[in-house]
Design a protein around this ligand. Structure first.
Ligand code: NAP
Length: 298
């Protein structure tokens, strides 16, 4: 018991804001061994997490002061791309003002801030983007993520991790809804001209944990090994779970009724993160094998 307390005292304290989300929950479980981790939820209550609304400035300051973390990982966001376009004030409140609140609170307790950003800060005309490429968001979600990056980068101690498409097996995620539709014998139209290099939340969390352990700073791009269209991606997932790929149908983005514009050719180069950590990004099939193992355990 005394050993356990000693371990806890010597570990760095990490606060995962948005610990109930797809990436946040993977971070909370991955960081648990090496850090003293605490996470927050907003709407989806979890017994191991505390409630926090990032738009409530006083509460953000009070909570962060009370916890006094060494590191804050900010994963919370309004992530529904089309709804961000329709509900711009709400998107601004959560994705810009909420971030500003956390930035100021992090500064007040001298915590390092790790901010999760997105490939949607780019216009998708170039195929593979490096950290040195100039952002040019096409939609409101991307604009809010870029503005937040600017706020975060005013801090002395920060890291921005820009991720490509994140997927995993949590009930609320893309993979689960895709599989449910195919199991129900429903046809699913998937964009055949929107490309990126998707990564699982679990693997992304593993890489973020390494970046934190090694105390890296600045901007890092993190994505999967394989650059593929959303249509090929969806078919691969369905094939991995031995379901019928005939239910996945290709469609051009322009034919889908999407409110927000999407960057079409938008992969993230991972040379910087690989070199910095001395790793090689796992292949898509290794990532899928890991995902399948976790799916079986559920
Ligand atoms: N999904 C992708 O493909 C993708 C790609 C690139 C980058 N990103 C970025 O990666 C991060 C994580 O994405 P994700 O897919 O894991 O997101 P997600 O599953 O949609 O989770 C969003 C999180 O934000 C929390 N949240 C919502 N409103 C809040 C509020 N007012 N105050 C505090 N927390 C609030 C949610 O809490 P409750 O669920 O409890 O309400 C949830 O924990 C985001 O910053 C996103 O912009 C995502």
């Amino acid at each position: 018991m005394a050993k356990k307390k000693e371990d806890k005292d010597s570990k760095k304290k990490v606060l995962v804001v948005g610990g109930s989300g797809q990436l946040g929950s993977a971070l909370v479980s991955q960081l648990d061994e090496k850090f003293d981790v605490l996470g927050t939820y907003f709407f989806n209550k979890r017994s191991n997490l505390i409630k926090l609304d990032v738009t409530k400035k006083d509460k953000v300051f009070e909570t962060i002061k009370q916890i006094s973390p060494d590191i804050i990982i900010l994963t919370s966001a309004f992530t529904h791309i089309d709804n961000c376009e329709i509900m711009k004030p709400l998107a601004n409140d959560l994705n810009i003002n909420g971030v500003k609140n956390v930035v100021k609170a992090a500064k007040s307790v001298k915590a390092k801030l790790v901010f999760i950003s997105s490939y949607y800060v780019f216009n998708g005309k170039k195929e593979m983007y490096s950290e040195r490429d100039k952002p040019d968001p096409l939609n409101h979600y991307g604009i809010t993520k870029l503005q937040s990056e600017e706020e975060v980068s005013k801090l002395d101690e920060y890291m921005i991790v820009r991720s490509s498409k994140i997927f995993d097996i949590d009930d609320r995620t893309y993979v689960s809804s895709l599989m449910s539709s195919v199991k129900a014998k429903e046809y699913v139209n998937v964009a055949s001209d929107q490309y990126t290099n998707p990564i699982t939340a679990n693997y992304l969390a593993e890489i973020i944990a390494l970046l934190i352990e090694k105390n890296r700073k600045g901007i890092f791009h993190v994505g999967g090994k394989q650059y593929l269209s959303m249509y090929s991606f969806a078919k691969k997932i369905i094939r991995y779970f031995n379901l019928d790929t005939n239910y996945i149908k290709p469609i051009k983005c322009s034919k889908i009724r999407q409110i927000a514009k999407r960057p079409l050719k938008c992969g993230l180069k991972t040379d910087k993160v690989e070199k910095s950590l001395g790793i090689t990004i796992k292949s898509f099939s290794t990532m899928m094998k890991d995902l399948k193992k976790r799916y079986k355990k559920k």
